[in-house]
Structures are given as structure tokens and as C-alpha cells.
Design a protein around this ligand. Structure first.
Ligand code: ADP
Ligand code: MG
Length: 391
């Protein structure tokens, strides 16, 4: 069953009220540009076919209830209670519920007459792998965001809805993530990547033409799970902020590759390597966009490979499973491969010839088995569409 049907069924088990509609939004994979978003830099993600759906019914009592196939029990509060729950340094609702409730809180703050908004029952279902670096979090935020924008008649554009999703993630959940995931989910288009300047939020799509080039994007979910809110993510962010401060720039976006020699003399060794990853990664995003536009996807393999090496050696956010996935894919003919997402687990992507996709997948499975790693989950992810209304 697809996510939209599952969400509709869950809603029917919650309430007899008719659904106002069902909306869905995709997860994303990042083609290149990792940990550049919160450094005001560039990213190049694309929406994947996997989606999260939100089925919504209005209710007359001014309360909001969220349910998910992912969770045991629904969570219900009064709409006005949201302003007392968030922002929150300590969790006052189960973590999963802070995503949809946080979006409702952030969107309610943008309404002209918040007190007049109807209450809601929201049922959520998803086929986006959770915690795999494919942004199930942005998928739930965007799905709930577009649903509430419609039901509450807010008339917001995609960038405002993405901003509400980010606010939910930062201030309601407490995960210090950037804007990339929400923008990718909101702006994704079939066979295209979203080229985003995270400083100006200027975004445009870049044609990927992977099918035309006879290629597949293979996603290798290692099944190693990360924990953004508590893991090394915050420590990496802090290192970037420290680096920018010591170099006297507003953000690492303002450091050019040619400035790195000077930076090496000013920063301690670890901070320098963190900075070098971000600075060179920004340049690789620009180079990837140029290569895609001039030559097509077969020209970007070396940039993907260099990106992975930078994350493994300089930013130190890879894990043995991700390195093995990348190395095995490359050894069996992938044009390029890299870990994708925040790191410490999650997924890698490999750009492979369509005819070789199965063989590369089999080789990755075999190498994981030989290493004693948990079996990875593999699928091809044609770059896909952004949010839509399903019913
Ligand atoms: P990722 O975005 O890489 O999948 P995150 O840790 O950022 O990983 O977000 C995963 C969290 O998002 C889950 O632990 C859960 O709290 C929430 N979440 C994602 N999808 C759903 C869903 N369908 N229903 C409820 N909560 C969800
Ligand atoms: Mg996430």
C-alpha cells in the first residue's frame, strides 16, 4: 500500500469526519554538498521516490491530534497549547510528534488570525526509510506543511513552508539542522536536482538526465542509524563556527579554496580539516553544477569520489559500512559514489550504468556479508517530484 492510502486508513481509524485531503512529500538524497548548508554554502540534493503522506480532517474543538503508523499512540493538544510547548529545550511530547506539532506551531505563527484556525486530526504514513540520511524528517515536515497550508488557507510559498519545517526541526525537536532537506523535499522535480544557495535561499533546478545517460542512482542504506540531535553533528557545527570566527568571516561560505593555505596557519589541525572539507565541498558543488550543465551526469564521478574522501578523512563523519559501500561500488564499475546525508551511518549513493546496477548491488551485499556487517538495503532512486495533493 502506498503512503497516501495508509495515511487515509489511519485517519479513518481516528475519526468519522471526512478527510479534507491527503498530501505527500518526498525524502531526499544529496547528490553533493554535505555539511555546507549551515555554513551558508551550496547544496545539490534531489527528491527520491519515497514519500510521507499526511491525511487531514478538521475538527471543531480547536484541538490538534497527530497519529503515525510509526508510533504507538496519537498525541493530542489544544492548538493554543502549542505556544507553551515550543520552543522547547526539553522534550514535552514524544520526539516523533514534535515534527508534525512543531510544523503546526510554526505555521500557526504565520497565520493572520491564529485563534480562528480550525482544529485538526492528522494521520501520517511513510515509506521513507527513517534515520537513513534520506530525510524522513523533511518528508514529514513538508507533507504536514503543505497539508496545513491548504487546510488553513495560509497561501504560503514553498520557501516559507520549508522554513516552517526547519523551525520545527530546530526549535520543536531540537535538532540543529540546516535548510537543505526541507528545500529539497519542497522543490524537487523529476530527473532534476535542486541547486540551492543556503545563504540567499536562491534555488533553481539543474537537469540530471541520469536515465538519458544510461545511468541509475543506486542508494545503499547501510542500516546503521545516526542520531543527529545527540551525535557528532553538533560537534561538527561547532567546529565550523569556531573556524569561521577564527578566520574572521561570517560563515565558511566566505572562505575560498585559495584561502586555505592561510587558514592552515591560523587554525588548530582538527578545525583546519573541518574547514577544508566545507570549503572544498562548496567548490565541488559549483563544479558539479557546471559539469552537469556542460557535459551531463557522466562527468561528475570524480567530484563524488573526492567528496566522499573529504568526508571520510577531513570531516570524519563516515563509518566503515559507508566506506565499504563506496569502495565496493567503485571497484565494480560505479562512475562515482559517496556517502549522503549527515553521516555517522545512513546511506551512500552510487552512480552506476543501468546494466550494471544489479551487479554492483550484488557486490555490495557480498562485501557486507564478508565483513560481518548487517545486510544493506538497496534501491534505485530516480530523482522525483516534490509535494503534491494525493486526494
Ligand atoms: P532522517 O531524516 O535521516 O530520516 P532524522 O533523525 O532527521 O532522520 O529524522 C527521523 C525522525 O523523524 C524519526 O525518529 C521520527 O521521530 C521522525 N519521523 C520520520 N518519519 C516519521 C513518520 N512517518 N511518523 C512519525 N515520525 C516520523
Ligand atoms: Mg533528518
Amino acid at each position: 500500500m502506498d503512503a497516501a492510502s495508509a495515511a487515509r486508513l489511519l485517519l479513518a481509524s481516528l475519526t468519522e469526519a471526512p478527510a479534507a485531503g491527503v498530501w505527500s512529500a518526498p525524502g531526499r538524497a544529496n547528490l553533493i554538498g554535505e555539511h555546507t548548508d549551515y555554513n551558508d554554502g551550496f547544496v545539490l540534493p534531489f527528491a527520491i521516490p519515497h514519500r510521507t503522506a499526511a491525511a487531514v480532517a478538521t475538527r471543531p474543538d480547536g484541538r490538534i491530534r497527530v497519529a503515525s503508523t510509526f508510533a504507538d499512540a496519537p498525541v493530542e493538544v489544544a492548538l493554543e497549547e502549542l505556544d507553551r510547548l515550543f520552543p522547547s529545550a526539553v522534550p514535552r511530547v514524544p520526539e516523533w510528534a514534535a515534527y508534525p506539532l512543531g510544523v503546526a506551531w510554526a505555521l500557526r505563527a504565520l497565520a493572520h488570525a491564529p485563534a480562528a484556525l480550525p482544529g485538526l486530526d492528522i494521520a501520517i504514513a511513510s515509506d521513507v526509510p527513517v534515520g537513513a540520511g534520506l530525510s524522513s524528517s523533511a518528508a514529514i515536515e513538508s507533507a504536514v506543511g503543505v497539508a496545513l497550508d491548504d487546510v488553513w488557507e495560509l497561501g504560503l510559498d514553498a520557501v516559507r513552508i520549508a522554513g516552517a519545517g526547519r523551525r520545527a526541526e530546530n526549535e520543536a525537536v531540537g535538532a540543529p539542522t540546516g535548510i537543505m532537506d526541507q528545500m529539497a523535499s519542497m522543490l524537487g522535480e523529476p530527473d532534476a536536482a535542486v541547486f540551492l544557495d543556503c545563504r540567499s535561499l536562491a534555488a533553481r533546478t539543474v537537469p540530471l538526465r541520469v536515465r538519458e545517460a544510461g545511468l541509475d542512482v543506486l542508494v545503499i542504506d547501510t542500516q546503521v542509524r545516526h542520531a543527529h540531535a545527540t551525535g557528532g553533528y553538533g560537534e561538527r557545527r561547532a567546529a565550523c563556527e569556531r573556524g569561521a570566527a577564527e578566520l574572521g568571516v561570517p560563515a565558511l561560505r566566505d572562505v575560498a579554496v585559495d584561502d586555505l593555505d592561510r587558514a592552515a596557519g591560523l587554525l588548530d589541525e582538527t578545525t583546519f580539516r573541518r574547514v577544508r572539507h566545507v570549503v572544498t565541498e562548496n567548490q565541488r558543488v559549483l563544479d558539479t553544477v557546471a559539469a552537469l550543465e556542460a557535459e551531463g551526469p557522466r562527468a561528475i564521478g570524480g567530484l563524488l569520489i573526492a567528496s566522499h574522501a573529504s568526508m571520510r578523512d577531513d570531516f570524519e563523519i563516515s563509518v566503515p559500512e559507508l566506506d565499504l559501500a563506496v569502495d565496493t561500488a567503485l571497484a565494480h564499475g560505479a562512475i562515482g559514489a559517496r556517502m549522503t546525508g549527515g553521516g555517522f551511518g545512513g546511506a551512500a549513493i552510487a552512480l552506476v550504468d543501468h546494466e550494471q546496477a544489479d551487479a554492483v548491488g550484488a557486490a555490495v551485499r557480498a562485501s557486507f556479508a564478508a565483513a560481518g556487517f548487517r545486510a544493506p538495503r538497496l534501491f534505485t532512486a530516480p530523482p522525483s517530484a516534490g509535494p503534491r495533493r494525493d486526494a
